[in-house]
Design a protein. Sequence first.
Length: 371
Amino acid sequence: MIRRCLALLLAMFPSVLWAECSWPAWQRFAEQYIENGRVIDGSDPRQITTSEGQSYAMFFALLANDRERFANLHAWTERHLAKGDLSTHLPAWLWGRSQDGGGAVLDANSAADSDTWIAYSLAEAGRLWGDHHYRSQGYFLARHIAEQETRVIDTVGRVLMPAPEGFASDNTLRLNPSYWMPQIFSRFAELQPNSVWPELAAALPDLLRDTAANGLSPDWVAWRQGAWRQDPKSGQRGSYDAIRVYLWVGMLHPEAKAAAALRDHFDVMLALTQERENVPEVVNIGSATARSNGPWGFSAALLPMLSNSGKTTLLEAQQQRVRNGRTNSDSLGQRDYYNRVLDLFADAWMTGRLRFSASGAVQPNWQAGCS
């Protein structure tokens, strides 16, 4: 009975903080997925490592106050993805088993979402741990992102492109809304007020709303002939990329810019989930219809939004689905990477381990003191 009451209390009031510093979910992930500073996605036969995996793991290590793992993740990323220096090179996005059986960069193009997470984690690690090297690298990496991975769209403003190459043609730009993490943009705008980051942060709330027809975010969207159009490759599909948009919005500080407006706009996903009694795997953002049930990580990604929605019954149902998913995931080895990553964000949020300030600074529970 006591355990059930505590679970209900945390569900209703997610700001309640655990006093414990240890983070069992992170420890399990690190032991299962990280080898010598490299996050391995075993769902791909090439045993790949992505800059996304490295960036998220660095952030989680910071949340856990796990300086040794952070250092190992940083060192591996810098050496194998950034030609030995994250201050001067955007990291390659894909590394894995090459044709000769060894490990190598398989695609040298960078991924802007991972780049921003790495820069943010370095900058915040520098602040929280008083490490000038991390802080300096985060500063310079954020500058390179702004210089190489952004573009100005007439009437829209400056936007973050998915990568330096491959997503712009003569008349079309392809963009990924899940790459636009509001907290990171706001934090960089504060840290670099004389750069283009304030411009990026200012344009972002409208950008997220304008690209999400009917309150549902697409995986990809295109800008063509002066308007937002459906993406030429993925159409009006919202699925494995778009689920992160709801996660980022759900974790916004109540006083962050446009936080209430963004939550209201994306509440449609919660309504669809309530109607179906499960998070949909795929939505059509044009018709606001859905099909199939998403994996358990999708339920985890919606927990921050649900925790602020007042939909207690729906929240409890998705929490139970997440608990079941965790149990099943333990038997999959390194083959459940994406669900586990989404769950780490949700677990950190729901236990009060993670909060962001109104301007996007990370506020781990150990910063205020835990035992």
